[in-house]
Design a protein around this ligand. Structure first.
Ligand code: HEC
Length: 115
């Protein structure tokens, strides 16, 4: 083997082993991530299934339960419309009505129990 090809081999060896060393940290498995169990829930009332099915994909039920109490029905209609039109929630018109009815009845009516 000529001195030139030997030094080429050395360069190739060093380049590949440095490359491997540089990649090593990234090749480790990411640390385990176990989020705590979900603790917020929609109030159990007729129609809650619709909210559970359509309103928990992107955020928790806290987004609903932390709204001011007794907001007018139009507030919940607008919220559901905003989720559909601005944020991309996929609900049919019937599902949107079911969720809105549930929210108005459960989170707006003065007689509705909160939590
Ligand atoms: C496709 C994702 C997605 C779905 C599904 C979704 N939301 Fe949201 N929601 C959002 C985003 C994004 C925000 C704004 C978050 C922020 O500002 O930090 C939000 C915020 C809210 C808020 C807080 C007030 C506001 O307007 O910002 C309420 C109340 C709410 N959502 C209710 C609902 C209800 C009810 C449903 C079921 C019909 C629903 N969301 C489904 C994405 C979604």
């Amino acid at each position: 083997m000529s001195p030139l090809s030997r030094s080429l081999l050395v360069v190739i060896f060093l380049a590949t082993s440095w490359g491997a060393a540089a990649r090593e940290p990234g090749s480790k498995a990411p640390p385990a991530y176990n989020p705590p169990p979900e603790s917020s829930r929609f109030i159990a009332a007729p129609g809650v299934e619709a909210a559970q099915k359509h309103c928990l994909a992107c955020h928790s039920a806290d987004y609903v339960s932390t709204q001011p109490p007794h907001m007018p029905a139009a507030f919940w209609q607008n919220e559901v419309a905003k989720m559909r039109n601005a944020y991309g929630a996929h609900l049919s018109d019937d599902d949107a009505k079911a969720v809105t009815d549930y929210l108005v009845t459960t989170y707006t009516e003065p007689s509705a129990g909160r939590r």
